[in-house]
Write a protein that binds this ligand. Structure first.
Ligand code: NAD
Ligand code: DAU
Length: 336
């Protein structure tokens, strides 16, 4: 029976991957390790087959806990666990260094000690920094030039993973994906924040002029790419993942308001994010050629599906927006 260890599998993309991988491989088992921070939520895993999914609450920065939690000889360890929100990394960078850098190193060592056959590091296009309007999309050879503490911590993790490949011959594969959207995304990220605020008739805080560009991919497409990289990727290789859906933020926000039938007067231009990357765009030809993967979801269809999901699951995002989320929201948006 094939077996994966997944870390961060109660988060937005990790839980999507767990559902998708278990559905696609009827004999696959997954051990899912997650600390359940504010971003982790067991509700995201409702309905996964219990006989093939084991959940362990543990911290990836704790070597002893990892030695206990990681079963021997897994086919792959797929590391999603991370602090992921750029704005939080500006307020509190140390947590990002701890989880993303230290946590990845602890996992690399634990995976080697436990005989995991492959280490798949889930990374981000943010490690490349920003593109100018006419630059070609990022390829895997683009220099690393991260702007935020989040991006720098992810770049650090990538370098540690590549060092483990070169030094110990550990089978490491890295995926670097662009901005994801879809169900179960914490409403601190652009699309679910704008959607949930609009549904509550609250202001939509757009940073600066809103003419920053992000390259959007539906979560299912990202998860399929990770599955392909985990099974067919070459050791020591980096794969960019993206769907060539470049959009201005302001256009995404207007599109959401249009679909919800809400007025544009809800948009509020607020002080820009410090160090804000102006544009991301991903060239994913290597992944398409070597992994036999391609994105399937057209942005407008994926966005419509996402909007329907948030409209139908107000209880889910209302619960997330209670509690510690409020504290962050006040601290970050209060003075803008
Ligand atoms: P998320 O914030 O929704 O989920 C992160 C998960 O990691 C949560 O379940 C959380 O509880 C868990 N976690 C955090 N710290 C932990 C720790 N110390 N030990 C164990 N678990 C811990 O994140 P996401 O958006 O699903 O992103 C998942 C991965 O994909 C991250 O590595 C991120 O850098 C990468 N990524 C995200 C995007 C995106 O657009 N969201 C794009 C490219 C890459
Ligand atoms: O590119 C991949 C990355 O995408 C991932 O690695 C990160 O984990 C993920 O959070 C995301 O980072 P971004 O900073 O691009 O995503 P965010 O949703 O925070 O912001 C998207 C864009 O929207 C960005 O240009 C900032 C802008 N924005 C965001 C928020 C939260 C606003 O204008 N207003 C807001 O309130």
């Amino acid at each position: 029976m094939p077996m994966f260890v997944v870390t961060g599998g109660a988060g937005f993309i990790g839980s999507n991957f767990v559902r998708l991988a278990l559905a696609q491989s009827p004999d696959l088992r997954i051990v899912n390790i997650d600390l359940l921070t504010y971003a982790g939520n067991l509700e995201n895993l409702a309905g996964v087959p219990e006989d093939r999914h084991t959940f362990v609450r543990a911290d990836i920065t704790d070597p002893e806990a990892m030695a206990r939690a990681i079963p021997p000889n897994a086919d792959a360890l797929v590391n999603f666990a991370a602090e992921t929100h750029v704005d939080r990394s500006i307020l509190c960078p140390l947590a990002f260094v701890r989880t993303n850098v230290l946590g990845t190193q602890v996992l690399l060592e634990a995976a080697r000690a436990r005989g995991a056959k492959r280490f798949l590091q889930v990374s981000t296009d943010e490690v490349y920094g920003a593109l100018a309007p006419d630059d070609p999309p990022f390829t895997e050879d683009h220099p690393l030039a991260p702007s935020s503490p989040y991006a720098a911590s992810k770049a650090g993790a990538d370098l540690l993973a590549l060092a483990a490949y070169r030094t110990y011959g550990q089978d490491v594969v890295i995926t670097r994906c662009s901005n994801n959207y879809g169900p179960y995304q914490v409403p601190e990220k652009l699309i679910p924040l704008m959607l949930s605020n609009a549904l509550e008739d609250k202001p939509l805080p757009v940073y600066g002029d809103g003419r920053q560009v992000r390259d959007w991919i539906y979560t299912d497409d990202h998860s399929r790419a990770i599955l392909a990289a985990a099974t067919r990727g070459r050791p020591g290789r980096v794969y960019n993942i993206g769907a060539r859906n470049e959009r201005y933020n302001i256009d995404v926000v207007r599109g959401i308001l249009r679909q919800l039938g809400k007025p544009e007067s809800l948009i509020e231009h607020v002080t820009d994010r410090p160090g804000h990357d102006r544009r991301y765009a991903i060239d994913s030809r290597r992944a398409q050629q070597e992994l036999g993967w391609r994105p399937e979801t057209v942005f407008e269809e994926g966005l419509a599906r996402t909007i329907r999901w948030y409209r139908d699951h107000a209880d889910w995002w209302r619960r997330v927006k209670d509690g510690s989320y409020r504290e962050f929201y006040e601290k970050w948006y209060g003075g803008r």
